[in-house]
Write a protein that binds this ligand. Structure first.
Ligand code: GLV
Length: 332
């Protein structure tokens, strides 16, 4: 009888679908907190499938603890830097993620961070709550324009392209750098390719990061690159925290060599109270909520469950990250 372990309390639609599979045994860490590693290692023992979060590292130790019958680990996230993919593939374990269903919701949040930082919304709300609003102020809360500004995208994949569409709606000039050039989008929408990251940094009023976390992108935004941004420019990160060097970002924001930052992701995560970035008026931090809408989180939960159901029923998962293992197993 197939055994599945779900590593957190998540929208019910996915776990419910798993429990409806006749004869399946579905266990869950039914709490709103990260499962302790040793509990996780014990809980996955003998499982055929794991529905994991980005807080669980799927490495040799965990795969060993689960045992040889493990067939699939379904991440409730599009990013899968918590997977040690070569180790999974070597053992014939399929990994899956949740792309597409969260693209627009994540792009909405990136745009919300742009607007909130450019127009100083958190500071303005605090001002009202502190009882400081006494008159209309000609010099109060002077922000940066979003309309007609230049939006620089680092990565024009699914989410980057969705942010670009939003930018076009605000009459922004959209420029991008990506190792994979999208001439189709350039022709269709007039986005402009730049042949280096550095060129984008020098030109953009808003720099929005849409790259996965890899060895190459770790601390991509370091002191040297932050120094290439305009003093009026704003950095938005909805990708992964370690793509930005947090110390370098602190220095740049503190010295005013860039204007503001809006971060959905940080390094470390969660960012502890008292972290230097949280002492800055021009740094807006939200707790990794880019995909957090009711509909999207339901869709992610269902997609992760569908991926497990497919694999354990002998079919190809909808969204594998190591397609070669799916092919090796002959799943369709
Ligand atoms: C969240 O960060 C995700 O990768 O979906």
């Amino acid at each position: 009888m197939p055994k599945v372990f779900v590593t957190r309390r998540i929208p019910e639609v996915g776990p419910q679908k798993l429990r409806r599979q006749s004869g399946w045994e579905v266990a869950q860490w039914d709490r709103d907190e990260v499962i302790p590693r040793d509990t996780l290692l014990q809980s996955v023992r003998g499982c055929d499938a794991i529905l994991s979060l980005l807080t669980e590292r799927i490495d040799a130790e965990l795969l060993e603890a689960a045992g040889p019958q493990l067939q699939v680990v379904a991440n409730l996230a599009v990013g899968f830097d918590n997977f040690v993919v070569p180790e999974m593939s070597r053992r014939g374990v399929i990994g899956t993620n949740t792309p597409d269903v969260l693209t627009d919701t994540t792009a909405d949040l990136a745009f919300a961070l742009m607007m909130a930082t450019a127009r100083m919304l958190p500071q303005a709300q605090k001002y009202v709550l502190d009882g400081k609003w006494t008159t209309w102020e000609p010099l109060g809360f002077l922000g940066q324009d979003i309309h007609h500004a230049t939006l620089g995208l680092i990565g024009l994949g699914r989410i980057g392209a969705a942010v670009a569409r939003r930018g076009a709606g605000f009459d922004m000039k959209v420029i991008y750098y990506d190792a994979y050039r999208r001439q189709d989008l350039e022709q269709q929408f007039g986005y402009q390719y730049r042949d280096s990251l550095e060129t984008v940094l020098g030109e953009a009023d808003f720099v929005s990061l849409h790259t996965p976390l890899t060895d190459e992108t770790r601390h991509l935004m370091n002191a040297q690159r932050l120094a290439m941004m305009k003093p009026t420019a704003i950095l938005i990160n909805t990708s992964r925290g370690p793509v930005v060097d947090p110390q370098a970002l602190y220095q740049a924001l503190k010295a005013g060599t860039i204007w503001a930052a809006g971060l959905d992701v940080t390094e470390p995560e969660p960012l502890p109270v008292g972290d230097p970035l949280l002492t800055l008026h021009n740094c807006l931090v939200v707790p990794h909520i880019a995909s957090a809408s009711v509909n999207t989180r339901n869709a992610m939960s269902e997609l992760a469950a569908d991926n497990i159901i497919n694999v354990l029923s002998g079919r190809a998962p909808k969204t594998p990250v190591n397609r070669e293992v799916v092919e090796q197993k002959g799943l369709r």
